[in-house]
Design a protein around this ligand. Sequence first.
Ligand SMILES: [Cu+2]
Length: 357
Amino acid sequence: MTVLLILTILILTGIALWQITKIFELSQLGQKKDNSQIATEKDNDLNGKLMFAFLVFIYAVTIYSFWTYSKVLLPESASAHGPAYDTLLWISFAVILFAQTITQAVLHIFAYQYRGINNRKAYFFTHDNKLEFIWTIIPAIIFFMLIIYGMITWGKIMNFEEDDDALVVELYAQQWNWKARYGGEDNVLGDANVRFLNDFDGKNSVGIDSSDPNGMDDFVVTQEFHLPVNRKVIFKLRSQDVLHSAYMPHFRAQMNCVPGMITEFSFTPTITTDEMRMNSDVVDKVNRINKIRYENSKILTANGEEALEPYQFDYLLLCAKICGASHYNMQMKIVVESEKDYEKWVAKQQIFSEVIQ
Ligand SMILES: [Cu+2]
């Protein structure tokens, strides 16, 4: 309803503006006016200056955006491969920023410098092979280097080996929540398939195959999942219904979850949740959020409603594929902790053979 109202207002405003222009044109009828379609000296001068002003405008917006929004970027990466990924990102940013600064400056300064002036004649210049060669080969070499660098980084991140020490965790996506399954004592996930979802009166929430003995000690968690710090984790990703994407931004990790197949990603968490909460960028961000929450709570309590709880930083698993109505809220908390705390948490979980009894 609100959208319809806004649209109506916009359309009506448009019509009103159009009518006002027509009235203005009519009121000018009696006066002497240059109706020629050929640009005058004044037009050329104005357009040249506007081109230059636009250059100043885009640089001002760029600097303002860096200044204002760099604080909402992610904090330092919490995984072993993260720094390599971040370096790749920043180098790409730097190359793009450098190229865009030069090309935009040249484009707009030339438009201003060589704006139309009466009696000035344009220099007739068809082409120059040397120039063409230079501005083709330089971007080609830079792109080639960026792509090779990106592929090497990607290869290093993705070519993980299945070693025995790595913890295996399955992330199970469905509209619209996440579940995580652990292999239990043997660290081996039992076979699973959506066909088994209805077994055991719906208690088999990720479809574990009860005929596979490996699955009996598996356990499934729904609210949050825990990872021991400095131990490699291999994620096996599954989806029950549509395409989802497991996105763990603080660990610089993202991989699609595709129905009917198992995709994989691996990383080693290097910073515990408690340590990350002490990170100065995170502390600043939490303070900023809580200031907003505090102001909003004042309004809420004035209206007799409950105040908002203060925000506390947590690692998150999010969905990065638009997968339906509640996609925006498809998330799960991740806790990174010491091996000892992790073992304590594992001991509290109920394994599959207990669940189905
Ligand atoms: Cu999703």
